[in-house]
Write a protein that binds this ligand. Structure first.
Ligand SMILES: NC(=O)c1ccc[n+]([C@@H]2O[C@H](COP(=O)([O-])OP(=O)(O)OC[C@H]3O[C@@H](n4cnc5c(N)ncnc54)[C@H](OP(=O)(O)O)[C@@H]3O)[C@@H](O)[C@H]2O)c1
Length: 310
């Protein structure tokens, strides 16, 4: 039995679908089973990473665990889960971390939280694999409203390039690590096939959608304010902005061969991700094909046109 935490999120849903297709028994956790919209054929249990007793229950009969956590609670939540896994005799734990955790110069909050979470996993004594993706292609969904309504993408750090990776490929690597041998003690840094700036992503989206789109550079201060206006605490907004600023660093534009090495299939290009998700950007009132979780960062990355510096 494989326990998948974060099963209603971007990576977790992809992973659940993949494990289901492989015929592996899956138990998925969510804090809201009634509205989780998870597929038939898996066990769905209520669990909160902040509740060690609930985690002990969720862990019964589990051999392997996928750990997905987010925000300032990452160190505590990872320690809770790793401890429960150790007590339950779990054989292998795969943690979704962050690419920049491996960048020793990155001292901003998000890689710092993940570094502490990784350490808690190592300290638990359970065999582990760390999966460290660079930025997700799915972050482009935060542009869906302004693309639909105005044919525009508003984002800061336009000169920066990130070798964004498709969550489909992150889930494929996690599934391999959970279902085949030889991944214990390995750290997998994942990227997509090419580094892209937000302007280049905008041009690809325009090609896929078949209509012109504008990229509009937003000042970092205005982007931060837009995040706060969406109800995110100041400290979290600062953590997100620090992460976004790393688009300007060389580290995030490096292409890694890991997806193909582990899965045998090259990572998907952004164009393919855009084709699979074009319905989210369609002008007509086409609803998303599946429910999206509010997300650990709860849609905070949407820019408001009012924040545009131009
Ligand atoms: N976005 C990026 O560019 C990027 C890049 C590298 C790494 N990452 C890392 O990827 C992770 C986020 O992955 P994602 O985007 O797939 O997640 P997501 O879509 O934001 O979904 C978050 C998931 O976490 C669950 N969750 C939230 N709070 C929880 C709690 N207290 N206890 C148990 N479950 C909880 C939610 O489940 P319920 O609401 O159903 O309970 C949901 O399934 C973070 O660790 C982030 O640092 C992101």
């Amino acid at each position: 039995m494989i326990l998948v935490t974060g099963a209603t999120g971007t990576v977790g849903r992809e992973l659940v679908g993949r494990l289901l297709a492989l015929g592996v028994p899956v138990r998925a956790t969510t804090r809201r089973p009634d509205t989780a919209g998870l597929p038939d054929g898996i066990e769905v249990v209520r669990a909160d990473l902040g509740d060690p007793d609930g985690l002990a229950d969720a862990m019964r009969g589990v051999d392997r665990v996928f750990l997905l956590s987010g925000g300032p609670e990452i160190p505590t939540h990872d320690a809770n889960l790793a401890r429960a896994a150790d007590r339950a005799g779990v054989g292998h734990l795969v943690k979704l971390s962050s690419g920049r955790t491996g960048d020793d110069t990155a001292t901003d909050p998000i890689p710092t939280w993940h570094r502490a979470g990784e350490q808690a996993v190592r300290d638990s004594g359970v065999a582990w694999t760390m999966v460290r993706p660079l930025g997700f292609m799915a972050n482009a969904l935060h542009w869906a409203d302004s693309i639909r309504d105005q044919g525009a993408v508003y984002a800061p750090f336009g000169q920066g390039r990130i070798a964004v990776v498709d969550p489909h490929d992150i889930a494929a690597v996690a599934a391999k690590a959970l279902t085949t041998g030889g991944h214990e003690g390995e750290i997998y840094t994942l990227s997509g096939p090419e580094p892209l700036s937000p302007g280049e992503q905008t041009a690809i989206l325009a090609g896929v959608l078949g209509r012109p789109l504008r990229y509009v550079e937003v000042e970092p201060a205005a982007a931060r304010q837009a995040i706060i206006d969406h109800g995110v605490p100041d400290a979290m907004a600062d953590a997100i902005m620090a992460l976004r600023a790393t688009a300007l660093e060389a580290f995030t534009s490096v292409v890694h061969p890991t997806v193909e090495r582990i899965t045998g299939t090259p990572p998907r290009p952004f164009r393919e991700w855009a084709e699979h998700h074009s319905h989210h950007f369609a002008r007509a009132d086409a609803p998303p094909k599946r429910p999206r979780s509010g997300g650990i960062y709860g849609g905070i990355a949407r820019e408001s046109p009012a924040t545009s510096s131009t």
